[in-house]
Design a binder for this molecule. Sequence first.
Ligand SMILES: [Zn+2]
Length: 124
Amino acid sequence: MSFVHSLLFLCCPKCRTGKMFRHKPYSFKGVTSLNKRCPHFSTSYQLEPSFFYGSMYVSYALGVALAVAVYVLLLLVGLGENGRTSFFAIAAAIVVSAPYIYQLSKVIWASFFIKYDPKISNKN
Ligand SMILES: [Zn+2]
């Protein structure tokens, strides 16, 4: 599995096979259901206390990137001139994508510090 594919599907950065979260982003069972260890190879995701505080910066960057992308899309369609339309479109995009951005930011943050190991990825 490629790096980008494993990020988009919220997989473990070490093996790119196990899922980092017990539930999918839009599941009502809990968007914050981060596994303590990889279900595939039991890699610990908690490298130090409060490890995932840094994912807030990633989440912020993803939110800004999404807002810019929506605004550019609105400009291309011809709706970007209206400030109210732009505001509500960007707000709606951020609210709708918030659960996915929450989980994706934690996966991206963990992948900064947990390196991919192709040897354990092939073990099943
Ligand atoms: Zn893993």
